[in-house]
Design a protein around this ligand. Structure first.
Ligand SMILES: [Zn+2]
Length: 164
């Protein structure tokens, strides 16, 4: 019976497909070592938590971003449809540095296969990231444009806050 209970519990933990796992590993290798280490530690704590790991599985949605892709994002909500997602043009974001890139964006894979940007989950994950390394800055702490999926390194900040 105990074995069966364990099996049921394990089946509820959100697993990534092999292709997703590969993409996650690739994105993590783009990240600056300090940021990658902090993410690895925060992810480990999250997956080690009996409640959090059932709620959602942290994933890196983006790390390095080319200047062209940054400009494409900048057009969104301006000359193109959709909400504004960035105030930085190509070359201005910390995502455009490297690799190694001192910025990464996080979301959560849910059990039903969808992706969540829940503010509550992101704030919980941010706590683990900041605990892992004090040099980690969370975009959710910025006063002007709260960029909750965004994490970066303190040393990467050149123009003050808002380097999404
Ligand atoms: Zn970002």
């Amino acid at each position: 019976m105990a074995t069966r209970d364990r099996e049921i519990r394990r089946s509820q933990v959100i697993e990534l497909a092999p292709a997703q796992k590969r993409r996650q590993a690739e994105r993590l290798t783009e990240a600056a070592p300090v940021l990658a280490a902090a993410y690895g530690q925060a992810l480990g704590r999250w997956l080690g938590d009996p409640v959090l790991r059932l709620v959602g599985r942290p994933i890196i949605t983006e790390c390095y971003r080319s200047a062209e892709r940054q400009n494409e994002l900048y057009r969104q909500g301006r000359s193109m449809p959709g909400p504004i997602v960035t105030y930085k043009r190509g070359g201005e974001s910390n995502h455009n540095l490297g690799p190694p890139t001192p910025a990464l964006d996080v979301a959560f894979q849910l059990a039903d296969g969808s992706v969540s940007w829940s503010a509550l989950l992101l704030s919980k994950f941010a706590r683990l990231m900041k605990y892992a390394d004090a040099r980690v800055v969370w975009g959710g702490d910025w006063p002007s444009f709260r960029d909750r999926p965004h994490f970066e390194l303190l040393s990467a900040q050149k123009g003050g806050p808002g380097r999404e």
